[in-house]
Design a protein around this ligand. Structure first.
Ligand SMILES: NC(=O)c1ccc[n+]([C@@H]2O[C@H](COP(=O)([O-])OP(=O)(O)OC[C@H]3O[C@@H](n4cnc5c(N)ncnc54)[C@H](OP(=O)(O)O)[C@@H]3O)[C@@H](O)[C@H]2O)c1
Length: 234
């Protein structure tokens, strides 16, 4: 884990900041991505890392972020596509603009970040992509139609990508959590109180687990996490 070069999107958010903290504690060299520079600086808390503020829906930002990472650290070992936006709105009220914004953030941007970073991930001895999907990558919930579509898309392309690249040395994993106690779930599921919810640190631990298993012969393609109070295997 020490010195591994990891790019993480949405590093200033609830889950992203927990993943960032966990990776800092393992001695990784981090690239923190997100629109809000202040949030990224707060998470970095003066520690050495690359802070690249920008919008992942902007293709030029994706290209420059990869270039800057390689210029600064000499390569990329791990890409964590964590940034995302949620939605809680009746189907008939969703505009084309909202559809595009959610699909672009949750599916298109990770797709092209993977594509842009892959030449460098392939050169790494432990090239790894971890895409943070959601339980909605498997299920449809009322009021979350675009969010579900975007996470199904993220899971779908991750499956295809993993098959194209596992023999070329790059592993692609998906983590699909249920409700995690962050600002996002307060918007997407205002009915939940926080009681018994997953914590951002649970997702961070799962990221560490996947990274630590990188040189093992066994692979976990996808890890689904749900609240302990929910019925298992649903
Ligand atoms: N919370 C849950 O219940 C839950 C459950 C399952 C899966 N997830 C997934 O986990 C991931 C993290 O969610 P979270 O709960 O930590 O939410 P969060 O606290 O709202 O964080 C989301 C992050 O995404 C970044 N982001 C959004 N749009 C962006 C854009 N266009 N360009 C760059 N960065 C952008 C935001 O950064 P800025 O504000 O700086 O732009 C923010 O830091 C998401 O993919 C989400 O779908 C969450």
């Amino acid at each position: 884990m020490n010195n591994k070069i990891c790019m993480i999107t949405g590093a200033g958010g609830g889950i992203g900041s927990a993943i960032t903290e966990a990776l800092f504690s393992c001695g990784c060299r981090l690239v923190l991505m997100g629109r809000n520079e202040e949030k990224l600086k707060k998470v970095a808390a003066g520690r050495e890392c690359l802070i690249l503020p920008g919008d992942i829906c902007n293709d030029d930002y994706i290209k420059k972020a990869v270039e800057k990472t390689v210029q600064t650290y000499g390569g990329i070992d791990v890409l964590i596509n964590n940034a995302g936006v949620a939605q809680s709105k009746p189907f008939e009220e969703i505009s084309m603009e909202e559809y595009d914004m959610i699909m672009n953030t949750n599916a298109r941007a990770p797709f092209f970040l993977c594509k842009t970073a892959l030449p460098y991930l392939q050169k790494s001895s432990c090239g790894t992509i971890i895409n943070i999907a959601s339980v909605t990558a498997h299920h449809g919930y009322a009021l979350q139609s675009v969010y579900a579509a975007s996470k199904h898309a993220l899971l779908g392309f991750s499956k295809a990508l993993s098959k194209e690249y596992y023999q070329k040395g790059v592993r692609v994993h998906v983590i699909s959590p249920g409700a995690v106690f962050t600002d996002m779930v307060k918007v997407s599921r205002p009915d939940l109180t926080g009681e018994g919810m997953l914590l951002p640190e649970d997702i961070a631990e799962t990221v560490l687990y996947l990274m630590k298993m990188r040189h093992s012969a066994s692979v976990a393609d996808e890890i689904e996490l749900h609240r302990g109070t929910k019925e298992p295997f649903m």
